[in-house]
Design a protein around this ligand. Structure first.
Ligand code: UDP
Length: 329
C-alpha cells in the first residue's frame, strides 16, 4: 500500500521534525517544505525535503504539482516573542504573507485538508480566565497577532473555497524524541528548557529568569508545558479527523497544569541531579503572566492521550537529547 503524502512546512524544525516521525509511523509520507533558515537539513529523516520559502509562490506550486499532497501540516513560522516585539514586519511578512501564499497554493492544487500550528499567545494576558477555545483572542505581541490573522484567513478560505482546517493552539512545547533521533535545537536559542540545560552544562553562565515580580505565587511566569511527542500525536489525530470528514475545529493543546519558571528550574535540578545557575532579571517584553489551558476538548473529541506531558519526562527526554543530539547545517 502506498502511503498518503502530507506536505509538512517547517519539517526541518523542532516540532515539524517530530511530526514527520509521527506521520511516518502512522503510515503517511511526510514531504518537508522548508527554507532551512531556522531548521536543519539533518532533522529531515522521514521523507523527502523540498527546499523552498513560503514567500516563493512558484516553488510552492511546483511542490504541490510534484508530490500531490492530500493534506498540509503547517508549522513553518518565526516564533520568538522577543524578536516579534522588535521586528513586527518579519512576523507579518513571513508568517502572515507566507501562509497566505501557502493557503492559496493549497486551494489551487485542490488540497483542502489543512492542519495549522497556532498558539496560546493568541489569547494574551487574561487573568483569572479559563483559557478554552472560545476565549477571546487578544494577543500581546506580533507573534500571537500573526497566528491569529492566519486563523482568520483559514476561516475565510473555508467560507469561499471549502478549505477545512484543524487549528491547534499550543501551550509551551518541550522535550524530545525519547529515541533520540530528533530534538530541540535553535540558533539562537530563546526557550526556557534548552537554555536551562545549557546553563547546567556550563555552556552559558546562568539562566536569566525573566521577571520575578509577576502576580503569581513565586513571582515568576506560569506556563502549561506539553511534551513534543504528545503534541505531534494530536496532529496525526487532527489529520485523521479531517480525513474522516469531521470538519474544521480548533483545539487547545495543553495539560491544564501550570508551572512557574522557578518550578521548572527545581524539577530540572532534581531530574539532572545538577545545579541550575540562575540570575534574576527584568521582565521580557511581550510575556504573559500565566498561560494555562482550561480545555479538555482535544482529549474528549480527538481521543488525545498525552502520556509524556509531565515535567519529569519532558526534562529527562530533553536532557538526553541535549547531551547526545545535534544537527549540522
Ligand atoms: N524564560 C525565562 N528565561 C529565559 C527564557 C524564558 O525566564 O531565558 C521564561 C519566559 O519568560 C516564560 C517561560 O520561561 O515565562 C517560557 O518561555 P519560552 O521562551 O520558553 O516560551 P514562550 O512562553 O515564550 O512561548
Amino acid at each position: 500500500m502506498t502511503s498518503i503524502p502530507v506536505l509538512v512546512t517547517g519539517g526541518a524544525g523542532y516540532i515539524g521534525s517530530h511530526a514527520c516521525k509521527a506521520l511516518k509511523r502512522a503510515g503517511f509520507e511526510p514531504i518537508t517544505y522548508d527554507n532551512c533558515s531556522t531548521g536543519w537539513e539533518d532533522a529531515v529523516k522521514y521523507g523527502p525535503l523540498a527546499r523552498g520559502d513560503l514567500l516563493d509562490r512558484e516553488r510552492l506550486d511546483q511542490v504541490f504539482a510534484e508530490y500531490k499532497p492530500a493534506a498540509v501540516m503547517h508549522f513553518a513560522a518565526l516564533s520568538q516573542v522577543g524578536e516579534a516585539m522588535r521586528e513586527p514586519g518579519l512576523y507579518w511578512r513571513n508568517n502572515v504573507a507566507g501562509s497566505l501564499n501557502l493557503i492559496e497554493a493549497a486551494v489551487d492544487a485542490g488540497c483542502l485538508d489543512f492542519v495549522f500550528s497556532s498558539t496560546c499567545a493568541t489569547y494574551g494576558d487574561q487573568d483569572n480566565v479559563v483559557l478554552d477555545e472560545t476565549s477571546a483572542q487578544m494577543p500581546l505581541n506580533s507573534y500571537g497577532a500573526s497566528k491569529r490573522a492566519i486563523e482568520d484567513m483559514l476561516r475565510d478560505f473555508e467560507a469561499a473555497h471549502g478549505l477545512r482546517s484543524v487549528i491547534f493552539r499550543y501551550f509551551n512545547v518541550a522535550g524530545a524524541d525519547p529515541e533520540g533521533e530528533v530534538g530541540e535545537f535553535h540558533q539562537p536559542e530563546t526557550h526556557l528548557v534548552p537554555l536551562m540545560l545549557d546553563a547546567i552544562e556550563g555552556k552559558r553562565d546562568a539562566l536569566t529568569i525573566f521577571g520575578t515580580d509577576y502576580d503569581t505565587p513565586d513571582g515568576t511566569c506560569i506556563r502549561d508545558y506539553v511534551h513534543v511527542c504528545d503534541l505531534v500525536d494530536a496532529h496525526v489525530l487532527g489529520l485523521k479527523w479531517l480525513q474522516d470528514g469531521k470538519g474544521s475545529r480548533v483545539f487547545n493543546l495543553g495539560t491544564g497544569s501550570g508551572f512557574s519558571v522557578r518550578e521548572v528550574v527545581a524539577h530540572s535540578q532534581s531530574v539532572t541531579n545538577r545545579d541550575v545557575p540562575i540570575v534574576e532579571g527584568e521582565r521580557r517584553p511581550g510575556d504573559c503572566t500565566k498561560l494555562v489551558s482550561g480545555s479538555t476538548r482535544a482529549v474528549q473529541e480527538l481521543g488525545w492521550n498525552p502520556t509524556r506531558s509531565n515535567l519529569e519526562a519532558m526534562i529527562r527526554d530533553a536532557w538526553r537529547w541535549h547531551q547526545t543530539g545535534h544537527y549540522d547545517k
